[in-house]
Design a protein around this ligand. Structure first.
Ligand SMILES: [Zn+2]
Length: 195
């Protein structure tokens, strides 16, 4: 039977309150994520952490003509995972947006993630993290395209909502493409059954 994996998208300091590109309430999802992370590890299931990991001159930065303030510059404190997020040993860490001229909202874009998950016979992903309307959405869409069953844990995501309703629109789009809108409790139950 194909395995289930947990994917935690971009829970980095810069995307949490006090960071360079903070999502309002971005850190509020951490307790629920930590419970899911523990459950998946206890069941021996893969846990993936994606992170924005930009060079100083990344094309998404305003000073390079992009739309965002400078954020998640590789090896700076802002790029580190939030200090309350559990990142167990043996987790898969995926860095994205590492090249100056390539934006990567999705953890699958320009990375080895698809190949690594398929090598582990993963068929289903539960996804949480930041932000609903950007990197979570794009990661989930790419996961669907790659043929994974996808569950988005609504209690484990937060949106930017540059335009009002962006998060709701993201949920609607994902559901329309076949993602399940679910929660961390369902992901944890699934991980225990898979153990
Ligand atoms: Zn970025």
């Amino acid at each position: 039977m194909p395995a289930t994996a947990l994917v935690v998208v971009d829970v980095q300091r810069d995307f949490c309150p006090g960071g360079a590109l903070a999502v309002a309430g971005g850190d509020s999802i951490i307790p629920a994520l930590n419970k899911a992370i523990s459950a998946f590890r206890q069941s021996g299931l893969p846990v993936v952490f994606t992170r924005d990991w930009h060079p100083r001159n990344h094309c998404s930065f305003k000073e390079q003509g992009g739309v965002w303030p400078k954020h998640c510059v590789a090896r700076t404190p802002g790029a580190s995972f939030h200090p309350r997020l559990k990142v167990p040993r043996g987790s898969i860490v995926v860095s994205k947006g590492t090249r100056p001229n390539l934006e990567a909202y999705s953890g699958f874009q320009g990375t080895e993630l698809e190949r690594r998950l398929k090598r582990l016979h993963v068929g289903e992903l539960f996804i949480g993290g930041l932000a609903t309307d950007y990197c979570v959405k794009e990661t989930a869409l790419d996961a669907l395209t790659a043929g994974f069953d996808v569950g988005v844990m609504k209690d484990c995501v937060k949106g930017v909502n540059l335009r009002k309703g962006d998060s709701v629109a993201a949920f609607r789009l994902l559901a329309g493409r076949g993602a399940k809108l679910t929660n961390s409790a369902a992901a944890i139950r699934k991980s225990r059954r898979a153990a």
